[in-house]
Design a protein around this ligand. Structure first.
Ligand SMILES: Nc1ncnc2c1ncn2[C@@H]1O[C@H](COP(=O)(O)OP(=O)(O)OP(=O)(O)O)[C@@H](O)[C@H]1O
Length: 511
């Protein structure tokens, strides 16, 4: 492998021949990667390709079975995250490590009291705030060091975490899907910050499944496939189709979903009717109908009420006004289980907290919601469970060493597919999906879009929230655009454009 833009002084970070095996899985099979100072490298690969494992090794969270890591030409040992940090390698994970109860200034010093001139564990609040202000200012972000971290937006919390990393003398910053929970404008601000920092010599390893943003932020890409590095190329050469080809090894099965055929007729019956729905201040007077076989995409910025709308329809939060009917009958589920029994399946955005039983097997999770129906039909046998789980695995291309593997050890994208498989196995007629492709690789996303089309053709109705607007345009029939909890647009997909939806979602007038 050759480093892109390697300076005469050699790479900043070089990992050589990294291997890591888990029971039944060779996660990394001798991966090498070099980063030059000031380089932004995107790390790409299908779900389960080994990206997180490599990141964990570089950040000291996992020990490799073999291989060496060099920083500015010197061998380093990274037995734990503190060692990686001491060597200047910092990682910002999707689950931020900000403590919400502490102030921004206190968060900036977490684990580093001494370096700010503290004696023992005591440090003057004014000195702490000055330290935080200095580093936040140098990033050009306007965040009050005295604010409680829990009151900040996700983007600001991420900025605090980046500022904290930089205050530790970081030379390599690893960002693991940093925009997966950010709104478009926040993602762009983060990209601008990355480019500014790269210009000062900081180098980045940037993991993402979003091809649009990689083209915007990265200088080069490294593609992993089945635990091996298959290519490192400058960004100009690495268009989406080329990357898909490198990720999969072929192109045949992974063409974009294409336009939908056989959309529901205008007169198809309404399955879900929502009238004047209110949830406290987050959903206000929302009305729409979801017809049999229809796919409605909910578009809105963070705080638009889209997630609360789905949570309310799934029975997770109570409505404070309005009415909902399912097949013409009043529908007021008291929780996702009751909703599921009525045929309404819900997949939350936070799969680790709400969606899966992480210690349970893949097959257990896949059939968990369908047990009553299998039992009712006298079908509950290990064989039946296995057959159902096998069919889901094949249909959704779930990568797992075995169906008996605990779902918590699967890669993030594969966990997401297990949630979808479970809802389908439960026979849901209405699917409420919140960010169903978060963490899902570009080829698996395309398969999911095609699957949504197939399901809709079979009469399943889908209400889907996604922060990737382009994605909603790839497979939805109609959009429900929310702003401040209210519906500000409900256009058929062919009568609108991403730019006009974005304007509406930001509270602007339709174009
Ligand atoms: N702690 C673990 N125990 C067992 N297997 C694991 C563990 N961590 C990862 N694996 C396996 O190693 C392989 C690589 O996983 P990894 O999480 O690195 O993939 P990834 O490229 O980050 O995927 P994604 O895009 O879905 O996040 C997968 O097959 C995964 O199931």
């Amino acid at each position: 492998m050759t480093a892109v833009n390697a300076p005469p002084g050699g790479p900043r970070l070089r990992a050589e021949g990294i291997r890591k095996t888990f029971p039944g899985v060779r996660a990394l099979q001798g991966v090498s990667i070099s980063l030059a100072p000031g380089e932004v490298r995107a790390l790409l690969g299908r779900n389960g390709a080994g990206k997180s494992t490599l990141v964990k090794i570089l950040s000291g969270a996992l020990r490799p079975d073999a291989g060496r890591i060099r920083l500015d030409g010197r061998d380093v040992q990274l037995p734990n995250p503190a060692a990686a940090q001491a060597h200047g390698i910092a990682t910002v994970h999707q689950e931020l490590s900000i403590v919400p109860e502490l102030s921004v200034a206190e968060n900036m010093l977490l684990g580093r009291w001494r370096s700010a001139g503290a004696r023992g564990m005591f440090i003057r609040p004014a000195a702490m705030r000055a330290h935080a202000a200095q580093h936040l200012d140098s990033l050009g972000v306007a965040i009050d060091p005295a604010a409680r971290a829990g009151t900040l937006s996700l983007a600001d919390r991420q900025a605090v975490e980046i500022a904290r990393a930089l205050s530790h003398g970081t030379r390599v910053l690893i960002l693991d899907e940093p925009t997966s929970s950010l709104a478009e404008a926040e993602a762009r601000a983060l990209h601008a910050l990355i480019r500014r920092l790269a210009a000062t010599g900081l180098c980045f390893l940037y993991i993402s499944h979003r091809m649009d943003e990689i083209a915007r932020v990265a200088d080069s890409v490294t593609v992993l496939r089945d635990g091996r590095e298959v290519a490192t190329e400058p960004i100009a050469k690495a268009g989406t189709e080329r990357v898909v080809e490198l990720m999969t090894g072929d192109t045949a099965d992974d063409a974009p979903a294409g336009p939908r055929r056989g959309k529901p007729a205008a007169g198809a019956p309404a399955v879900l009717s929502v009238r004047g729905l209110c949830v406290n201040d987050s959903v206000r007077d929302v009305s729409f109908e979801l017809r049999a076989g229809e796919i409605i995409g909910v578009a809105g910025l963070l705080g638009s009420g889209s997630t609360e709308l789905l949570r309310c329809l799934a029975g997770q939060v109570r409505r404070t006004g309005g009415s909902v009917t399912l097949d013409g009958r009043a529908f007021t589920p008291r929780g996702p289980r009751q909703a599921m029994r009525a045929g309404v399946g819900y997949a939350p955005a936070d799969r680790a907290k709400e969606g899966l039983v992480l210690g349970m097997s893949v097959s257990g999770n896949l059939v968990a919601a369908s047990l009553p129906s299998l039992r009712a039909r006298g079908l509950l046998s290990r064989r039946q469970e296995r057959l159902t789980a096998c069919a889901s695995r094949d249909r959704l291309s779930i990568k797992a060493p075995s169906l008996r593997t605990a779902v918590g050890t699967l890669s993030g994208g594969n966990q997401q597919k297990v949630i979808l498989g479970r809802l389908l196995n439960a026979g849901s007629r209405v699917l409420l999906l919140d960010e169903p492709t978060r963490g899902v690789d570009v080829t698996a996303k395309r398969r999911m879009y095609r699957l949504f089309h197939e399901l809709a053709a079979q009469g399943v109705s889908i209400l889907v929230v996604s922060s990737e607007l382009e994605e909603l345009f790839a497979f939805c029939d109609r959009l429900l655009v929310l702003h401040g909890g209210r519906v500000v647009g409900h256009p058929p997909i062919e009568e609108t454009t991403p730019a006009s939806v974005m304007t509406l979602a930001m509270g602007g007038a339709p174009r």
